[in-house]
Design a protein around this ligand. Structure first.
Ligand code: ASN
Length: 321
């Protein structure tokens, strides 16, 4: 039997037993606390809180991406124009951070119709929420410091103020305040050492969160064309896996165009960002998105992150609500 066979698909609210409702309620309280703590940190550091959008002509291509498994992209016509459901608000972030909102964050719903075979990874959903943030003029190091502080503050405060919930979830003793600074690994070195399965190996070996940098992926992450190195990062949590991805961003027209063409991404879906870049109105920024169900799932020690959703969005499993 594999690890995945042991994972149960989280049930909808109406099917939970009394004990399961108690657990669901505890996870809900941890989610509320986490949202309050993180949004406080960002607001206190001068980030503006933007409201999300669900339908746009331009959204994240999610391609090329080593972790991608999208089986369907949702596109509908409104007012005679094609729009897509939000895959992530990355394009919106880059435009907003370059103009009226130099430091911003959004609690953004992301719709990604993952292949049904991902139902039991325990780490994938067809709809989830990111705390997505971006800062003009920031570099990777600035983002590392910000995220480390936000996570350490959250865990310290949670351990003090949510003792009873953490006890019910059996996480009171095992959830430790992470030591900072988090270690930084280069993906190339991890691949050389552990092979293609490096993500699983580091997830099981680390005892504190770690950064992994230099991951080839979508055109908007910064790539040094001379060295071939990517100035981007993922954050991995011990015994859990990836919870955040982000980068320093591209902002130069010729680089963005070259990468869009190289990746065979539809240029017409990215005409605004190309136009802004051409007019030198796209600014250097850096940012990231924290998967809220994953972060709370790690804190609560869940087997499946859909346990953190009131209305579970498990790939391949559509409920009435
Ligand atoms: N939120 C991510 C970022 O800031 C992008 C994504 O979710 N694909 O880089």
């Amino acid at each position: 039997m594999t690890k995945q066979d042991l994972i149960e698909i989280p049930k909808p609210l109406d099917q939970l037993t009394a004990t399961e409702i108690e657990r669901k309620s505890c996870i809900g309280k941890v989610m509320t606390y986490t949202l309050k703590s993180l949004t406080n940190t960002y607001v206190n550091k001068g980030f503006q809180w933007l409201l999300p959008v669900a339908l746009s002509q331009s959204t994240d291509p999610l391609w090329p991406d080593p972790g991608a498994s999208i089986e369907k992209r949702i596109e509908v016509d409104i007012y005679g124009k094609p729009v897509r459901t939000t895959a992530s608000m990355i394009i919106h972030k880059l435009i907003a951070a370059s103009t009226a909102y130099p430091k911003l964050f959004i609690l953004s719903p992301n719709i990604r119709i993952e292949k049904a075979e991902r139902a039991k990874t325990g780490r994938h959903l067809y709809e989830f929420t990111q705390l997505d943030f971006e800062a003009q003029g920031a570099c990777s190091k600035d983002i590392f410091i910000l995220v480390e502080e936000a996570i350490v503050t959250l865990i310290k405060d949670l351990k003090r103020e949510m003792k009873s919930e953490l006890t019910t979830l059996c996480r009171c003793d095992t959830l430790k305040v992470p030591k900072t600074p988090f270690k930084i690994y280069d993906r190339v070195e991890l691949e050389a050492k552990y092979g293609k399965d490096w993500e699983a190996v580091i997830t099981s070996e680390i005892t504190d969160p770690v950064w992994v940098t230099n991951i080839p992926r979508e055109f908007y992450d910064f790539e040094d064309f001379r060295t071939g190195k990517w100035d981007n990062y993922d954050l991995f949590l011990p015994q859990f896996g990836e919870v955040l991805s982000g980068a320093k961003r591209e902002y130069e027209y010729t680089k963005i165009l070259t990468k869009i063409e190289r990746d065979q991404v539809k240029k017409e879906n990215y005409s605004l960002i190309l136009k802004m870049a051409k007019e030198s109105r796209l600014k250097p920024t850096a940012g990231a998105g924290i998967g809220m169900e994953r972060l709370v799932g790690w804190i609560a020690g869940v087997k499946h992150i859909a346990e953190c959703q009131p209305f579970p969005r498990v790939p391949g499993n559509v409920n009435e609500l």
